[in-house]
Design a protein around this ligand. Structure first.
Ligand code: MN
Length: 350
């Protein structure tokens, strides 16, 4: 029996299902949820809501949701009692980058990350896949479901986004799934989703990041200041990584009561997820992949609430900058951790 047929059997067994996207949902988790909803409909399940945590602030993600007329619902505790079963798509266990409490019983997990999956009845986790969406392409083809143009476009966009336009973490299954989706998708809609207008908030954040940048050798650090859209942080990080001579970028900014840190690297020696965890795991939460990672640090750690945000930004910034540059070897203090995050056998000069 194929994994797709197994999944169908599970779905036929249950009466109600909510599909849980990850926090700050991106196209991969949303398109995967749509595909699962399509398969669930085939098995006779009625309406399956798409739940999510965090915010949908990234301009491209907002455009994705509005152009496709999606109806994701912000997770609330009431949902736990309302649905008998939960499925996670593009995350592997409750509470890990998704809004479900850690002790929630999860029935279905479909994911392509490396993290330990929940003990669910149906788990299909494939780290060798470029995206969760590509796993769902296999299911749809196996079951022989006709998909409509919008779903194919959403899924194609998700594969493109998770691979940065087939330039990052790209696998043969990225091209195979894209080839299939391309035949059905709407290329005009795809172009619209790929080139959303930039908001003024994002433009200002980029301006601030450009002006505040500090460069040491191939390392760059900058801040976007106090922001209303947290996704301005990774957008600034991506932008600055294009600067000539730069291999690794870290950008931070304050949104609400949290400092958001985003980092990207083109340096194959660096394992950013582990590095950020070492730098900021003690004061917040951090993690990610070797080439892209993030951290969230609650502002409360920087002491008294009466400080104004600019003070806090400066205080937090000093700490973030000194930890980051120290890890990069620009300080011979006792906390030099760089070597731990450089792969064995790689050249060590910088
Ligand atoms: Mn993904």
């Amino acid at each position: 029996m194929s994994r797709a047929e197994e999944l169908l059997e599970h779905l036929e067994d249950i009466d109600s299902l909510a599909i849980v996207c990850h926090d700050n949902p991106d196209p991969d988790t949303l398109a995967s949820a749509l595909a699962l909803r399509r398969i669930a409909a085939l098995s006779g399940l009625g309406s399956t809501p798409l739940l999510y945590g965090g915010e949908i602030t990234h301009q491209q993600n907002r455009v994705f949701v509005s152009l496709l007329g999606l109806d994701p619902i912000k997770f609330e505790d009431d949902h736990l009692a309302r649905y008998d079963h939960f499925a996670l798509v593009d995350s592997a266990s409750p509470g890990q980058n998704n809004p479900l409490p850690a002790d929630t019983d999860v029935r279905i997990v479909v994911d392509h990350h490396h993290t330990e999956p929940a003990d669910a009845a149906f788990v299909d986790q494939r780290p060798d896949f470029c995206s969760t969406t590509a796993i769902f392409v296999e299911y749809l083809r196996d079951i022989g479901i006709q998909i409509h143009q919008e779903l194919a476009t959403a899924m194609l966009f998700a594969v493109r986004r998770d691979t940065d336009g087939f330039l990052r973490n790209t696998t043969a299954n990225a091209y195979e799934s894209a080839g299939y989706l391309h035949e059905i998708g709407d290329m005009g809609l795809l172009r619209e989703m790929a080139n959303p207008p930039v908001s003024e908030v994002t433009l200002d954040a980029l301006g601030q990041a450009i002006h505040t940048r500090t460069v040491r050798s191939a390392y760059l650090i900058a801040n976007v200041g106090i922001i209303t859209e947290r996704d301005a942080v990774p957008q600034a990080t991506d932008y600055l990584l294009n600067l000539e001579g730069i291999q690794t970028v870290l950008v931070y900014g304050i949104n609400g009561n949290v400092i958001h840190v985003s980092a990207r690297s083109k340096d194959p020696r660096i394992q950013l997820g582990k590095l950020l965890d070492e730098l900021f795991g003690d004061v917040g939460s951090a993690g990610g992949h070797d080439n892209m990672a993030g951290a969230q640090i609650p502002l409360g750690l920087f002491g008294d609430e009466s400080r104004d945000a600019d003070d806090l930004l400066e205080l937090a910034g000093n700490i973030i900058e000194s930890r980051f540059f120290r890890s990069a070897g620009y300080d011979n203090g006792p906390g030099d951790v760089t070597q731990d995050y450089v792969r064995a056998g790689a050249p060590t000069e910088r």
